[in-house]
Write a protein that binds this ligand. Structure first.
Ligand SMILES: Cc1cc2nc3c(=O)[nH]c(=O)nc-3n(C[C@H](O)[C@H](O)[C@H](O)COP(=O)(O)OP(=O)(O)OC[C@H]3O[C@@H](n4cnc5c(N)ncnc54)[C@H](O)[C@@H]3O)c2cc1C
Length: 526
C-alpha cells in the first residue's frame, strides 16, 4: 500500500494547481490515467475569464455569469469565483505562464471578449491557452520533491469508511489500476481530491478528449456524494464531422466572419438558420446547436455544412490558419467547399456537489473543476469561466485541508485480485460503449422528450446489469472501468433530466417548453 497526505486524481488544471498549492506543506500523490497533459485543460483554446480591465467590474462579471446560468447559479459561488479571478491569474503569471500582452504595452495583459461577456476579460496565450498553462505547471510539478506523479494509473474506486464497515463514511484513498502492468495499487490518503474532469464521452459526438468518461462523478456517487444538475450538458454547435477527425472544433469565429449553415447539397443545400432565429448563424450557441439538431433529426442527416467559400481564400487562410490546415489534411478545402459539421457535447455543468472549499459531503473527499457542481455555472456555463473555477477552488481546497486536523490512515484491504479470468468476449465492451454513446446522442441530446428519456433509461438499466455482471466476474481493464463509469454517468444525466419539468438553460424539453418561475437545482441523493 502507498500512503500520502493528499491523493489527487486527475492532472488537468484543477489537479495540477491543487498539487502545487499543497506541496509546500504536504506529501502529494498526483494520479492520472494517461500522461500528464492528456486532459481537457490542455485543449482549452480561448482563455480564462477575470476582471482585469479598467472599465470592467466584478459586478458585471457576476451579472454576466448569472445571465448565462439562466437563474440557477448560486450567488455565493459566483461571487467567490469572480472576486478571486485576479488573484488566480496573478498566481499563474507567478508560475511563469506566458500570457499575451498588449502590443503597445508589455506590462498590460491582452484581453479578448467572448460571447456572453459584457467586457474584454479573457486572458489568453494566443489560441492555445490551455496548453501554455499546463506545460508551465508540468515543469513545476515534476521538479517538486513533495509531489509524486503517477501516470498511466486509472482510479477504480474510492475507499470509504462505509465500504470498510466503519461507522463514519470518511474517504481514505482509492484503488488504482496500472494500465501497463495490470496490477492494482491501494493508495491510502488523509485527504482525497477528485479532479477528473467532465463526461463528454457519454455522447457520440464530443469536443472532449478521450479521458472525459465521467469517472470522478461515478466514483463520487458510489462513495455516497450528492450529485446535481447533470441534465445541463453544453453542446458546441460546430464540431468537424469526419471519420478521421475526432473532436476537432470549428470555432464560432467562422460564423462570426460570415460562415453560413446549410443543408447537404443532396437536400437542396439551403441555408436553414433564418428559419429558426432572426439572428440566424449569429444566434447564441444553444439556439444554433438546437437548430442543427432539429434539421438533422427531422431529415435523418449525418451532418450539416458550414459554408464560408464566399470569403476570399487569403482572408480564410490568414484568419483561420489552424482550421484551414486541419481541414485540408482531411481533404476538405474550406476556401472552395463547405465544412461538414455536427454539434458536440462540450461541457458538463453538473457533477459532484461541492461547497466553497471544494469539499463534498463525504468527509475527507473534495471535488474540484469540471467534475464538481460548485454552483458557479447553474443551467449554462459562461465561456472561459471553467478554467477560472479550477484555479479558485483548488486554492480554496488547499487552504481548507491545511486547517483540518490530520486523520490517521487506517489499514486498508488490498484489492481483491481473485478475478483473474480474462474476459471471454472483449467485444461486449466496445459494443456497449458504441451503443451507449449513440442512444445518449439520439435520446438525451440537445432536444429531449419524456419518451426519449424513458427509452434511454430502459437501455441504461440493461447495460448496467450486463456491465455489473461483467465487472464482478472478469479481470478489470481500463476500458471496462471507463464503460462502467460512463453508464453510471449516463444514468445520472437521464435521472436529472427526467426530474426537471421545464426548459431552462441547456435543458430543453418538448414536453415542458416553458421555464418555471422558481429556479431549483436537481439534486440526486445517493
Ligand atoms: C476543446 C475545448 C476547448 C475549451 N476551451 C476552454 C476555454 O477556452 N476556457 C475555459 O475556461 N474552458 C474551456 N474548456 C473547458 C475546460 O477546458 C475544462 O472545463 C477544464 O479544463 C476542466 O479541467 P479539469 O482539471 O476539471 O479536468 P481535465 O482538464 O479534463 O482533467 C481531468 C484529468 O483527470 C484524469 N482522470 C480522469 N479520470 C481518471 C481516473 N479514473 N483515474 C486517474 N485519472 C483520471 C484525466 O486523465 C485528466 O488528467 C474547453 C474544453 C474543450 C474540450
Amino acid at each position: 500500500m502507498k500512503k500520502c497526505d493528499v491523493l489527487i486524481i486527475g492532472s488537468g488544471l484543477a489537479g495540477m494547481s491543487l498539487a502545487l498549492h499543497l506541496a509546500e506543506t504536504r506529501q502529494v500523490i498526483l494520479l492520472t490515467k494517461h500522461e500528464l497533459l492528456d486532459a481537457a485543460s490542455a485543449w482549452a483554446q480561448g482563455g480564462i475569464a477575470a476582471v482585469l480591465a479598467r472599465d470592467d467590474s466584478t459586478a458585471d462579471h457576476i451579472h454576466d455569469t448569472h445571465i448565462a446560468g439562466a437563474g440557477l447559479c448560486r450567488d455565493d459561488a459566483v461571487r467567490f469565483v469572480v472576486e478571486h479571478g485576479r488573484r488566480a491569474i496573478e498566481w499563474l503569471i507567478a508560475q511563469g505562464v506566458p500570457f499575451d500582452r498588449d502590443a503597445g504595452n508589455a506590462e498590460v495583459l491582452h484581453l479578448t471578449r467572448e460571447g456572453g461577456h459584457s467586457h474584454r476579460r479573457i486572458v489568453h496565450a494566443a489560441d492555445a491557452t490551455g496548453r501554455a498553462v499546463q506545460k508551465t505547471l508540468v515543469e513545476k510539478l515534476k521538479s517538486h520533491p513533495n509531489i509524486e506523479v503517477i501516470e498511466h494509473h486509472i482510479a477504480i474506486d474510492l475507499i470509504t469508511g462505509r465500504k470498510l464497515g466503519m461507522k463514519d463514511n470518511r474517504c481514505h484513498g482509492a484503488y488504482a489500476l496500472d494500465n501497463k502492468s495490470g496490477e492494482v495499487t491501494t493508495i491510502g490518503a488523509r485527504f482525497t481530491a477528485l479532479a477528473t474532469g467532465g463526461a463528454g464521452k457519454v455522447y457520440l459526438y464530443t469536443t472532449n478528449p478521450d479521458i472525459a468518461t465521467g469517472d470522478g462523478i461515478a466514483m463520487g456517487w458510489r462513495a455516497g456524494c450528492h450529485v446535481a444538475n447533470m441534465e445541463f450538458i453544453q453542446f458546441h454547435p460546430t464540431c468537424l464531422y469526419h471519420p478521421l477527425a475526432k473532436s476537432f472544433l470549428i470555432s464560432e469565429a467562422v460564423r462570426g466572419e460570415g460562415g453560413l449553415l446549410r443543408l447537404p447539397a443532396s437536400h437542396g443545400g439551403q441555408r436553414f438558420m433564418p428559419w429558426h432565429d432572426e439572428r440566424a448563424e449569429l444566434a447564441p450557441r444553444d439556439i444554433v446547436a438546437r437548430a442543427i439538431d432539429f434539421e438533422m433529426k427531422k431529415r435523418g442527416l449525418d451532418c450539416v455544412y458550414l459554408d464560408i467559400t464566399h470569403k476570399p481564400a487569403d482572408f480564410l487562410k490568414s484568419h483561420f490558419p489552424n482550421i484551414h490546415a486541419r481541414c485540408l489534411e482531411l481533404g476538405i478545402d474550406m476556401t472552395r467547399e463547405p465544412i461538414p459539421v455536427v454539434p458536440a457535447a462540450h461541457y458538463t455543468c453538473g457533477g459532484v456537489v461541492a461547497d466553497l472549499d471544494g469539499a463534498t459531503d463525504v468527509p475527507g473527499l473534495y471535488a474540484i473543476g469540471e467534475v464538481s457542481c460548485s454552483g458557479l455555472h447553474g443551467a449554462n456555463r459562461l465561456a472561459s469561466n471553467s478554467l477560472l473555477e479550477c484555479l479558485v477552488f483548488s486554492e480554496a481546497a488547499a487552504q481548507h485541508m491545511a486547517k483540518q486536523h490530520t486523520h490517521d490512515i487506517p489499514g486498508l484491504p488490498e484489492w481483491d485480485a481473485s478475478r483473474v479470468t480474462d474476459a471471454d468476449e472483449e467485444v461486449i465492451i466496445s459494443h456497449n460503449w458504441d451503443e451507449l454513446r449513440r442512444f445518449m446522442w439520439d435520446y438525451v441530446g440537445i432536444v429531449r422528450t419524456n419518451k426519449r428519456l424513458e427509452r434511454a433509461q430502459h437501455r441504461i438499466q440493461l447495460l448496467k446489469s450486463e456491465i455489473n455482471e461483467y465487472y464482478a466476474n472478469f479481470r478489470i481493464t481500463n476500458d471496462l472501468i471507463e464503460l462502467r463509469n460512463l453508464v453510471q454517468t449516463a444514468d445520472l444525466i437521464v435521472r436529472c433530466a427526467l426530474e426537471r419539468k421545464e426548459s431552462r438553460g441547456l435543458h430543453y424539453s418538448l414536453d415542458y417548453p416553458a421555464i418555471l418561475p422558481e429556479a431549483r437545482d436537481t439534486v440526486l441523493s445517493p
